[in-house]
Design a protein. Structure first.
Length: 446
């Protein structure tokens, strides 16, 4: 059965219920209807001791409650294990809790046997001797939003079940052990009973929501106003907005200047991914940019366009290290570039020091940004290096190469230069042939 059909079955299931029903949703159908205090080694003295410690420490955060029923409701509200179970008069709220996580197929229970206990005639919730419901003795936004009520369990370590009468309507809520041979069943017995074919057949008392349908159910519930905000606090509002962030209606128009950091982030990614393939003009930018992280600074930005489509004409700067000058063409190999740097360096370490030079590189970029669909169109129009000692030196290298290129091509090491790094003796030989000084280029001895 598809998700739409299961949702239709659910709405039909709840439409057959009257206004006198209460509902409880559990995220996993194997979970027993059992108060939280009874799920882990229950002892009555430990339960009351935990409750008393809560009262003593809660006073500093909250005014004195009127009675212990109020205190127990406050404890349940804030997550303390108690003998109360949460129910809702709204079946959609119960369905929300049944789908709140993906731990398995969920169940929504329904009962119209709302036997309410008069708490005004009983001095303590621990004196209640019959299983039943109580109206919330406190008023909180959460309880109001969830249309919440509580069931109270005199024997919290004993799961409950919903029993059908002969006319197939919900008629009773009672202890599990009334329907089993053992007077005090263990949890495994209860789980087996819950999973029995007899129990599963009683579809009038519960509706199963398959795990695969939970997300679909939540979307439907969200469209009906049932979402995290039913928790009634700022944490719930934040959770709701976090989930709905991409679909929230627009309530503010940002100035185009506010988009500049985001635009620069996109340009950085673009430059990093495309700079190696960018077709530079050899005369204006004869450099090979090594792989490195490029962090841009906004030097100048002119903004144009309309309220929907903006144009950013930007001059961006980035400090780049190890710019290698091309000498003959963009096809120069790394070996060729390094050999040329060594040949034209007046001192032995001058070429390696040059490669460590950090130079300011300027990028001219035009960015067309559509605020409507968040689309960027980036065009890198120019790259240049701000005049500096490093850039002037590289220009001198290239000029000198062009002056000596014809002599270089006749040198016996010319073909080797593009394939292998020349030895120091070979570098000295080339420098001598070109008439370059060799005083600073004595071979190192190891």
């Amino acid at each position: 059965m598809n998700k739409e059909a299961i949702w239709s079955n659910f709405t039909a299931w709840i439409s057959n219920k009257g206004n006198d029903y209460a509902y409880r949703g559990v995220a996993n159908k194997s979970w027993l209807l059992m108060p939280s205090i009874g799920r882990d080694g229950y002892e009555i003295d430990r339960e009351i001791g935990l409750f008393m410690h809560f009262k003593l420490q809660a006073i500093q955060y909250k005014n004195q409650a009127a009675n212990d029923f109020e205190w127990l409701a406050i404890a349940q509200h804030h997550g303390l294990p108690t003998r109360l179970l949460d129910w809702s008069l709204n079946p959609l709220v119960a369905a929300f809790f049944a789908c709140k996580d993906e731990k398995g197929s969920g169940l929504v229970y329904a009962t119209n046997n709302l036997h309410f206990i008069d708490t005004t005639t009983i001095d303590s919730p621990f004196s209640v001797t019959e299983l039943g419901f109580i109206h919330p003795p406190i008023s909180t936004p959460r309880l109001a939003l969830q249309q919440g009520i509580f069931s109270i369990h005199p024997r919290p370590d004993c799961p409950i079940m919903l029993k059908l009468s002969n006319n197939n309507t919900l008629s009773d809520i009672d202890y599990m052990d009334r329907y089993m041979d053992a007077s005090y069943p263990n949890l495994e017995d209860c789980k087996q009973f819950y999973g029995s074919r007899n129990f599963k057949a009683k579809k009038a008392i519960c509706f199963e929501i398959p795990r695969s349908c939970k997300e679909y159910f939540l979307d439907k519930l969200h469209s009906m106003g049932i979402d995290d905000r039913i928790f009634g606090d700022l944490d719930a509002v934040a959770r709701y907005l976090k989930l709905q962030n991409k679909t929230l209606p627009k309530i503010v128009n940002l100035k185009p200047e506010m988009h500049i950091p985001h635009v620069m982030n996109c340009v950085e990614k673009y430059i990093f991914n495309h700079l190696q393939n960018f077709q530079f003009d050899f005369d204006t930018f004869p450099y090979k940019i090594t792989d490195q992280i490029i962090k841009l600074s906004n030097i100048d930005c002119k903004i144009g366009g309309s309220k929907i489509d903006y144009t950013y004409d930007m001059t961006l700067g980035a400090w780049l290290e190890g710019l290698k000058p091309y000498f003959s063409s963009f096809k120069d190999s790394d070996c060729f570039i390094e050999n040329m740097l060594k040949i034209y360096s007046s001192k032995e370490k001058e070429w390696s020091d040059y490669l460590k030079t950090i130079q300011l590189c300027l990028f001219k970029v035009r960015v067309n940004y559509s605020h409507y669909n968040k689309h960027f169109e980036i065009n890198l129009s120019d790259v240049s290096i701000l005049d500096s000692e490093g850039s002037n030196r590289s220009k001198w290298y290239i000029i000198f190469f062009r002056e000596k290129e014809s002599s270089l091509r006749l040198n016996k090491y010319w073909k080797k230069m593009s394939k292998q790094k020349l030895t120091e003796e070979e570098i000295l030989s080339v420098k001598t042939d070109l008439g370059l000084p060799t005083d600073g280029w004595l071979p190192q001895r190891y």
